[in-house]
Design a protein around this ligand. Structure first.
Ligand SMILES: Nc1nc2c(c(=O)[nH]1)N[C@H]1C(S)=C(S)[C@@H](COP(=O)(O)OP(=O)(O)OC[C@H]3O[C@@H](n4cnc5c(=O)[nH]c(N)nc54)[C@H](O)[C@@H]3O)O[C@H]1N2
Ligand SMILES: Nc1nc2c(c(=O)[nH]1)N[C@H]1C(S)=C(S)[C@@H](COP(=O)(O)OP(=O)(O)OC[C@H]3O[C@@H](n4cnc5c(=O)[nH]c(N)nc54)[C@H](O)[C@@H]3O)O[C@H]1N2
Ligand code: SF4
Ligand SMILES: [Mo]
Length: 690
């Protein structure tokens, strides 16, 4: 009898998602089929552990609803009627449409992408070369992190901070605006280790998150009041002299001004603004001021309100006041992504713009941008939109306007996707993209300091092509109309692009090829002896650059645009942070994960529910002047009084009335970084009639 042996291969890769952890993956492939994706046990940070979402990556990859061939719209916009077409037909039509629009004005073409994959190759390489050659509008990529990112830039000189593994040695950890168990699992492992060694964990979050449950203390402040809290902490550090005067004198700029500002914020004042007990603020200040190895893990949840940039700046000043930076187990981490030496210009080739300076469109106000008729100040009306690595119809604020914009019959929309998302539904062409199991890429991280290589584990499903290949192939079709697109830099393949990303850097290519990861050489304690990368070389409490931009030079509390109660019709503040089993709007269509999340919910405080005669599970209308979202009430003890929580980000088409929480959010921008204010929003809630 003959024995057939299965051919089993394992391939090393990287998690592509917008998550600070950037895990190292190992994919098991049996006879060409990926059967399992697990954490690489040899990568110390990953430690062989993945989150629930990416453990389900094969379910997503082999999903019956994957888009596996190019589709062309065959019915009215948004009708969901599409006909399969060949790649050749799709690409030559797209090339001629884009060429015709660009011939009138290339700025009428807008690429829209975000972090569906964080890879250097599939996220920001051939696509940029293509649009730079065309002279298309540039995209201000603000939807997630620019408020906090630019705040750090103007305080420390970049996205720099503590090394995550040293949180394990900390004695006190403030987990500030982060549901680490859901969104930063591998940091949480270090926090747990610290806790076992006796450290105190304090969570600062308007929601009683799963993480808050496991901390020693929870300060459940009102959204958008973090700067007030940080200023009150400074007040207490000053009046109790819990300061490192030597560190302040040598390594900071603007101490006298900051001192004067902070002294205006006694805990009583902050307590009023934050909706917290005075004693809790005092105790937090004492803990922070008197515990050596005090560390802050602040996350982007803090910077999604009007004053988000100022809030991050205020928080970022704290470890310079106490000198916590002197120890590697003290300091702060928001993001460490500035340490990566990737060759972005070589990948993206902004030089292809030559003399052209296209306008920049802010992705956080895409609704208004698509509805703009065009004028001298705005520039031309957007006529063509190419979307990849993003699902703006679901994730961008003020969806009523976003959906209206995408529904324009005169807008030519191309979407590169794995699935028929809310955005793909609105397309003229949908092009099938590969997943992380099917393409090459190279990754940095914003939560650790390793570079990861992603090798394809399986052949592309169906006719899927990688983003970089799609733009390469589109360039080849454009070359028939415009010879500039025939240049050799439009022919670099994905592996060559991986090499370009690290060519001439100190990334250890051998370990990257052998292990799938390579560690960067970075100091254990980045600011132990100053060394800030600001213009002054100091931690800038006062920033002249910000003053020049017309922003507060000194951190301040900037109240939300929408304060609960300022409009009596909308007495409740709404936040909409990430759901644990989704990654933004990715994985919403993976059945096992959707089952874990149930259905779109709004968490409410029992008193806010009772006064509206709402019971747990009731069908409710959440509404404000912008729109209405129908979902179900969840009275689970996680919401504080006056604040409701709509965990995101569901697909609109899963919503009972075809909406999600972004039906309620607005397009106004943060103080620093031009970011969205998802958590600066007021609503009213009512029970739906039976
Ligand atoms: N499971 C999962 N993981 C994710 C994501 C996901 O969707 N799901 N998204 C990824 C992305 S894109 C990002 S940017 C990262 C980081 O994403 P973050 O935005 O940092 O997400 P969270 O860790 O959930 O932290 C947000 C926390 O901030 C709280 N919060 C809301 N408003 C305020 C406020 O005004 N002040 C304070 N102090 N807290 C506030 C929320 O209640 C929530 O618990 O997470 C990534 N990881
Ligand atoms: N109300 C509210 N809204 C929010 C937030 C919030 O907290 N509350 N969070 C905001 C934040 S922090 C962020 S970062 C944004 C995230 O917004 P997005 O970056 O748009 O993230 P996703 O919703 O995950 O959509 C990514 C899409 O890219 C696709 N994709 C993945 N890999 C590839 C690939 O290789 N090729 C192609 N062509 N496609 C790929 C996925 O299938 C998915 O549909 O949402 C923001 N919106
Ligand atoms: S989403 Fe985050 S925690 Fe999950 S596998 Fe990816 S990097 Fe790791
Ligand atoms: Mo994000």
């Amino acid at each position: 009898m003959q024995h057939f042996h299965n051919i089993v291969i394992t391939t090393k890769g990287a998690c592509p998602h917008d998550c600070p952890d950037t895990c190292a993956l190992v994919t098991t492939v049996i006879d060409g089929v990926a059967t399992k994706v697990s954490g690489n046990p040899d990568h110390p940070f990953t430690g062989g552990v993945l989150c629930a979402k990416v453990s389900k990556y094969t379910e997503r990859t082999y999903h019956a609803e994957r888009v596996l061939q190019p589709l062309k719209r065959s019915g009215p916009k948004g009708s969901g009627q599409f006909t399969p077409v060949s790649w050749d037909e799709a690409l030559s039509d797209i090339a001629s449409r884009l060429h015709a629009i660009a011939a009138r004005n290339p700025e009428a073409v807008l690429p829209y992408s975000y972090a569906g994959t964080m890879g250097m190759v599939q996220g920001e390489s051939m696509d940029r070369r293509f649009f730079h050659q065309l002279g298309a509008s540039l995209l201000d990529r603000t939807i997630c992190s620019t408020a906090g990112g630019e705040a750090l830039l103007h305080t420390y000189g970049g996205k720099l901070g503590m090394r995550v593994q040293f949180y394990a040695e900390s004695r006190l950890i403030l987990i500030w605006g982060s549901n680490s168990i859901g969104s930063n699992l591998h940091f949480w492992r270090f926090a747990q280790e610290a806790k076992r060694n006796g450290a105190r964990l304090i969570c600062i979050d308007p929601r009683r998150s799963e993480t808050a449950d496991k901390c020693h203390e929870h300060l459940q402040l009102l959204p958008g009041t973090d700067a007030a809290l940080a200023l009150a902490l400074m007040h207490e550090l000053i009046v109790n002299d819990w300061l490192d005067h030597d560190y302040i004198a040598r390594h900071t700029l603007g101490w006298d001004e900051l001192r004067e500002r902070a002294l205006q914020w006694p805990p009583e004042r902050a307590a009023e603004v934050c909706g917290l007990p005075v004693a809790q603020i005092r105790q937090l200040a004492r803990d922070y001021g008197t515990t050596p190895k005090a560390a802050i893990r602040v996350n982007y949840g803090v910077q999604r309100t009007r004053g988000g940039g100022n809030a991050i700046r205020a928080i970022a000043c704290l470890p310079a006041l106490t000198g916590a930076w002197r120890d590697r187990a003290g300091g702060l981490l928001l993001s460490s992504s500035s340490i990566y030496p990737f060759k972005r210009a070589a990948l993206q080739r902004p030089d292809l713009l030559v003399q052209r300076r296209p306008r920049t469109i802010n992705m956080s106000a895409i609704g208004d941008a698509l509805l703009h008729a065009g004028d001298a100040q705005f520039g031309p009306r957007v006529e063509a939109l190419v979307v990849y690595n993003s699902n703006p119809v679901a994730v961008a604020p003020d969806s009523v306007k976003v959906a209206q914009g995408f529904a324009r019959e005169d807008l030519f929309t191309v979407v590169l996707e794995h699935f028929m998302t809310d955005t793909a539904d609105q397309a003229d062409y949908v092009l099938p993209a590969t997943t992380q199991l099917e393409h090459w890429d190279i990754h940095g991280s914003y939560g650790h300091s390793d570079v990861l290589l992603n090798r394809p584990a399986i052949a592309p499903e169906g006719q899927a092509r990688s983003n970089a290949q799609i733009f390469r192939d589109l360039a080849a079709h454009m070359a028939r109309l415009d010879p500039a697109f025939a240049a050799p830099h439009f022919q670099d393949d994905d592996e060559a692009l991986c090499r370009t990303a690290i060519a001439g850097t100190n990334v250890d290519l051998d370990s990257l090829m052998r292990d799938g990861f390579a560690s960067l050489v970075v100091p254990d304690a980045p600011f132990a002896d100053g060394g800030f990368q600001t213009p002054s070389g100091k931690c800038e409490f006062v920033s002249e650059n910000l003053a020049r931009l017309g922003v507060n030079a000194l951190p301040d509390h900037v109240p939300n645009y929408e304060l609960p109660g300022s409009d009596p019709r909308y007495p409740l503040a709404m936040i909409s942070p990430p759901a644990r089993n989704f990654l933004n709007s990715t994985f919403v269509n993976v059945k096992s994960l959707r089952n874990s999340e149930g259905r779109p919910l709004l968490e409410m405080h029992p008193d806010d529910a009772a006064s509206r005669a709402i019971a747990d599970g009731d069908r409710i209308r959440v509404h404000n002047a912008r729109g209405e979202h129908v979902c179900h009430a969840s009275i689970n003890g996680r919401a504080r009084q006056g604040v409701v929580v709509g965990l995101g980000i569901w697909w609109r088409k899963n919503g009972e009335n075809g909406t999600n929480v972004n039906e309620l959010t607005h397009q106004q921008l943060t103080d620093i970084g031009r970011g969205p204010c998802f958590y600066d929003c007021v609503v009213q809630v009512e029970k739906c009639a039976a």
